[in-house]
Write a protein that binds this ligand. Structure first.
Ligand code: ADP
Length: 455
């Protein structure tokens, strides 16, 4: 079968939805291809937090921030392997992208709470209602249906089609019944097919360290197809060996723990000996490595009720909490001694650690690990203790794009008709992506891709 649209977008995650919507808004006819039966990708299962500088919430909370500081934090967080010009495009446009989500797409963000993820100098991550990407994807999908973008699920893009001049003019795809469908694209194709965290072979190809021993937090559809397809028409790739683990995930499934977001409100990490071993707001890669260096390669996250009450991570992620408790991976204890004994930690050692934390909380200074937000008093129970491991979470590498999201070849020239945005690209995050920067990246560059391809 053959179908013709102005624009074909591959991948229905945050980047694909944003691109499809903007292209449609600009007057193009648009089809969005998704290989899985349902939409959302990694965006859906993420915490959904989005960094931007000088947002309405920062203003309300009296937090001073700037585009320059956002750029600086992001570049430093990636060991200066991100492209400074592209990071600036992100930082300059993320605020408008967040406002677009709020005002046009009707995403509800919390009005009085922001996260400060590791590596950021200030609180700048907007939090969607429900603290997950579901709020983003639900609203984006509704907006897209209303706008009349054609969505094809169970439709896997296999190959880009080029004309005699090397311009990308369509996509060959496989439909639900194994049938081949050719989608002709009058104006161009946007690749928004996500990263390759769920593809163990591809992980090993680019960095043997991230083999089967790691589980992944990622959606099953993130298998790097977009990268391979673009390489088929000569696209360049970069930073492919940069693979990020998320430090606190379910030791049985590899799934990211959002209950453990209490870490951003003051929860501490201890090892089997009941000792802290890393600053809890360090970068993800640093914390992950520190955890893997402990006996058994796991950590326990510990917090008390007053910390739990700040972000209410248990209430907003009640299903995850109930499952962790049922699986014996999280325990609520009246006393610290009970919490320690649940996981065979020496109660005296854990008490000594918490006493020290309380002392640092009072002094406003963490002499051991320099906790950047300041430790919180944990003298009062009840306590929560959770076992966690690092799991593959984000692939920083991918396609090389320019400021207008054109995909570049090995010579640095744009491949006509081909655009890309989101985790499939590799120029923003360098060695390490900071928390809240993925959603900022996918929405900001997804929008730009949609606007450009429709021109
Ligand atoms: P981003 O955060 O960059 O938007 P996501 O992981 O949220 O990335 O979304 C990527 C989407 O692309 C996923 O839903 C995934 O299933 C889909 N996808 C991956 N490969 C293909 C393909 N070959 N054809 C169609 N969809 C794909």
């Amino acid at each position: 079968a053959e179908q013709t649209f102005d624009v074909v977008v591959i991948g229905a995650g945050g980047a694909g939805f944003s691109a499809a919507l903007e292209a449609k808004q600009a007057g193009a006819s648009v089809v969005l291809l998704e290989k899985m039966p349902s939409v959302g990708g990694n965006t859906l299962i993420s915490g959904g937090e989005m960094n931007a500088a000088n947002t309405w919430v920062q203003k309300k909370l009296g937090i001073e921030d700037s585009v320059d500081l956002f750029v600086k934090d992001t570049l430093k967080g990636g060991d200066d392997k991100g492209d400074p010009e592209m990071v600036r495009v992100l930082a300059e446009n993320a605020t408008a992208a967040a406002e677009w989500l709020k005002d046009e797409v009707k995403v509800n963000f919390l009005e009085d709470h922001l996260f400060q993820f590791g590596g950021h100098s200030v609180k700048r991550a907007l939090i969607p209602e429900g603290h997950t990407g579901a709020e983003l994807i639900t609203k984006l999908k509704k907006h897209m249906d209303d706008a009349g973008v054609v969505l094809k699920t169970n439709t896997k893009a296999d190959k880009l089609i080029t004309d005699d001049n090397g311009k990308v003019v369509g996509v060959e795809a496989t439909g639900a019944s194994g049938n081949t469908i050719t989608f002709h694209a009058g104006k161009g194709v946007v690749i928004a097919a996500g990263g390759f965290g769920s593809n163990v072979e591809m992980r090993k190809q680019y960095n043997p360290e991230y083999d089967e021993k790691y589980m992944t937090t990622d959606a099953p559809g993130t298998t790097g197809d977009g990268i391979v397809m673009a390489q088929g028409v000569g696209a360049a790739i970069t930073n492919m060996d940069s693979i990020q683990t998320y430090p606190v995930c379910n030791p049985k499934t590899g799934v990211i723990s959002l209950v453990a977001d209490s870490r951003f409100d003051g929860a501490i990490l201890v090892n089997q000996s009941g000792e802290r071993f890393v600053e809890e707001l360090e970068r993800r890669d640093v914390i992950s490595k520190a955890i893997l260096a402990q006996d058994g390669g796991y950590t326990y996250q510990l917090w008390n009720q007053s910390i739990a009450d700040i972000g209410k991570t248990i209430e907003v992620h009640q299903d995850e909490y109930d499952m962790l408790v049922k699986d014996g991976l999280l325990h609520k204890a009246e006393t610290l001694e009970e919490a320690a004994k649940f996981f065979n930690i020496d109660p005296k050692a854990l008490q000594a650690t918490v006493d020290r934390v309380n002392q640092f909380a009072k002094a406003g200074k963490d002499d051991d690990f320099k906790h950047r937000a300041g430790l919180k008093d944990m003298s009062q129970g009840p306590y929560y203790i959770q076992k966690a491991v690092p799991s593959v979470h984000h692939t920083m590498g991918g396609l090389v794009i320019n400021k207008t999201t054109e995909v570049l070849n090995e010579k640095g020239q744009p491949i006509p008709g081909l655009f890309a945005a989101g985790e499939v690209t590799g120029v923003i995050h360098g060695k390490n992506r900071l928390g809240g920067n993925a959603i900022a990246d996918v929405i900001t560059f997804g929008r730009i891709a949609g606007q450009q391809v429709a021109k």
